[in-house]
Design a protein around this ligand. Structure first.
Ligand code: CO8
Length: 257
């Protein structure tokens, strides 16, 4: 069975990837992550797709890495499996990715949501890094991304105790963009993706790259990079179209060139 379901044209310009191991609460085994990497690579190359939504189901976005798959691995096994090269490739996706989170987003599931560019949560969502309870620690960016998202003291508490954040707490802490009733979380994520898809794909790509650099580097380097990409926007037809449309008081027609 496929560990993910991919609908490249779920909505105009929007692709939907659904994690599909419901019995295991979408535990992220190696097969699922490899399929996710391959799907994102394909969607990134599909000109009809401008934004991507990754969802689980109502009960779980993902309850973490697959504990059963990892339980008997040695440090050298884990090193040789090198699963994080898959995560690195996912991180290189150029199109914006929105996580639509309902239910559990734990361990690698929380890390996968944070690897996405934005998070829409249902009121039932819970976020946590409970690895400490398994005698391990987060490995797919949790210590870094959670700290940056919610600040040191709260991240420290979550990572060292395994305590969860409710959806509302996650929203107040700046981890998620918006919390909506459970029946609306996917629609809300699609709406956010559609808002982005209405913009110039060139400018969106350059802007995503620039925001990510702020995350990855010192401010001076980030500002320098942002400025270069800002200038590069002015090499696109979409910039001309976008500004002309504003001046002419009409909707822009962006072509991605
Ligand atoms: N791995 C494997 N199987 C899982 C996982 C998991 N992470 N989570 C749930 N399952 C399975 C259960 O074993 C159970 O299977 P079965 O029916 O065969 O017994 C089924 O899913 C349903 O789960 P529960 O019966 O436990 O459901 P509950 O509603 O009682 O509890 C919980 C839900 C609280 C989410 C509970 O399942 C739980 O605590 N799960 C584990 C959460 C966790 O510790 N996550 C962190 C894992 S470690 C990790 O993510 C490391 C990340 C760094 C590397 C990233 C690489 C991908």
């Amino acid at each position: 069975m496929d560990s993910i379901l991919v609908r490249p044209h779920f909505h105009p310009h929007i692709a939907l990837i659904q994690l599909n191991r419901p019995k295991e609460l979408n535990a992220l085994n190696l097969q699922l992550m490899a399929q996710l990497r391959d799907a994102l690579r394909q969607l990134d190359a599909d000109d009809a797709v401008r934004a991507i939504v990754i969802a689980g189901n109502e009960r779980a976005f993902a309850a973490g890495a697959d504990i059963k798959e990892m339980a008997n691995k040695s440090a050298i096994d884990m090193f040789l499996i090198d699963q994080f090269s898959t995560w690195d490739q996912i991180r290189k996706t150029k199109k914006p990715i929105i996580a639509a989170v309902s239910g559990f987003a734990l361990g690698g599931g929380c890390e996968l949501a944070m690897t996405c560019d934005m998070i829409i949560a249902s009121e039932t969502a819970v976020f946590g890094q409970p690895e400490i309870k398994l005698g391990i620690m987060p490995g797919a960016g949790g210590t870094q991304r959670l700290t940056r998202a919610i600040g040191k003291v709260k991240a420290m508490e979550m990572v060292l105790t395994g305590k969860y954040l409710t959806a509302r707490e996650a929203e107040q802490s700046g981890l998620v963009n918006k919390v909506v009733p459970v029946e609306l979380y996917l629609d809300e994520a699609i709406q956010l993706a559609s808002d982005i898809a209405a913009m110039s794909p060139v400018a969106v790509r350059l802007a995503k790259e620039s925001v990510n650099l702020a995350y990855d580097s010192l401010l001076n380097e980030g500002l320098h990079f942002e400025r270069k990409n800002f200038y590069l926007c002015f090499a696109s037809q979409d910039q001309l179209e976008g500004m002309a449309a504003f001046i002419e008081k009409r909707q822009p027609q962006f072509k991605g060139k």
